[in-house]
Every structure is written in structure tokens, then in C-alpha cells.
Design a protein. Sequence first.
Length: 66
Amino acid sequence: MTTKAILDGGPDDLAGNVVPITPPGQELKIPHRGGYEHYKVTTRHEKTQDGEATVYQWWERTEVAE
């Protein structure tokens, strides 16, 4: 099952984007610019062109370990 998430906060080029998530969980870890942007699930939902999506709030960035 694939659902959608709306990203709230974080880098300007990610904030507000609707992304697919499989399966929905408590956290998203999105590779971005040599690191990862971390988003936590909220209780909020917003309508999109494809239906309702859960809002995930940005909470931290981590760098990729070399």
C-alpha cells in the first residue's frame, strides 16, 4: 500500500512537497544534499489533488557517514 505525505518545514526545496510513503510509519528519512532530512508523523491531514495526506513535520538533519 502506497500513501502520500506532505512535508512541513525543512529545506525550502522540500517543504510543502507531497511524497509517496510505503508503508506509512512514524518517521521519514529522505536523502537530500549529502545527508538525510528527518520528518515525524503528526495528527494533521491536508487535502491534495490525490486525496487526503498525512502531514509530516521536519525535526532534524543528519549527514551521511563516510
